[in-house]
Design a binder for this molecule. Sequence first.
Ligand code: ZN
Length: 372
Amino acid sequence: MNLSPAARAVFVELLLHGPLSRAEVARRLELSPSVLTKLTRPLLQSGYLVEEPGPSGVPGRPSVPLRVDHGRRAYAGIKLTGTELFAVRTDLGAAVTAEVRLPLDGHDVAYVVDRIAAAVAAVSAGDPPAAVGVSLAGTASRTDAVVHRSPFLGWHGVPLASLVSEATGLPAVLENDVRALTAAVHWFGAAAGHRTFALVTVGEGLGCGIVVDDRLVAGTAGVSGQIGHLSIDGSGPICERGHRGCARAYVAAPSIRRSARAALDRPLLTFDQALGLARSGDLVARRIFDEAGLALGRIVATIANLIGPEVVVLSGETVHMHEVCAPAFEAALGEHTHWTSEPVEVRVQPFAFTEWARGAAVVALRHDLGVP
Ligand SMILES: [Zn+2]
């Protein structure tokens, strides 16, 4: 969308907080009524904004609520893993209107780009989205077109955004998967309305997205939020990089599976089976999840001490483990929060795998609106 900075501010305010009356938008953005009328007129004419007059309202009056017509524009979001590709189509309000899941039989760049184009076509049904967002684990950010490094795909320096754009004929933008999810949590999820927060994801890995003063922090070449190998205990279990007692070695699902299988001598135990054992009081499984909770509490306290967030949101594929390890988590959060502060408010956002692709679609939406 081609919006002036002032029109963009009005549109985003209504997208995130609408319906709002013109008078309320003018108050929030410190604009005069006449300036606001001038800014909203083209958006009303093009159908992006609609009036909700209600039974007694008169169209055009400052008190009549305005809202964004979410169906007016669509986005495609893609999440790449080492073995699969998930794609969703969303509207302007990030509601998922179509989804598709395709296997990836290799990591050849041209093949993956071809699969991305096929997925975008599959969720578009002949009506192309305004932009495509692609997210993946690795160092990438929306400010450049290159995947600097993706361990799962074995890629270095792949100009994926321009390749996807060429293949689909649509604007394309990349983002690290955790940061893409952070963008969705910021605008449409558990941190909506907050200006400074962190998202911590638990699952196959351990990730962190940071928003400070409403800006998604990417860091140099997209490497911010690398909490996976923070040291927790120098005598703890060993991670796949050879660190003893790092965060991943306690919290990531593969480490928990490994510890539970070894300690219980059950080589086929799944993560959820181990969690079930802990829930039902098995002492060994209980200890493993308590230690995961202690590590996670310490990590969240460390992040809170560094950035001073209003809230920390926990999510990711295995966030349901929080219910079992909450006492240990709370204890460690309290212990490691700086003594001058209160422990940060923690919100658990339940997770579905399509959330990753939805995050990529929100990155496409923000790119389309020109929001950093
Ligand atoms: Zn490690």
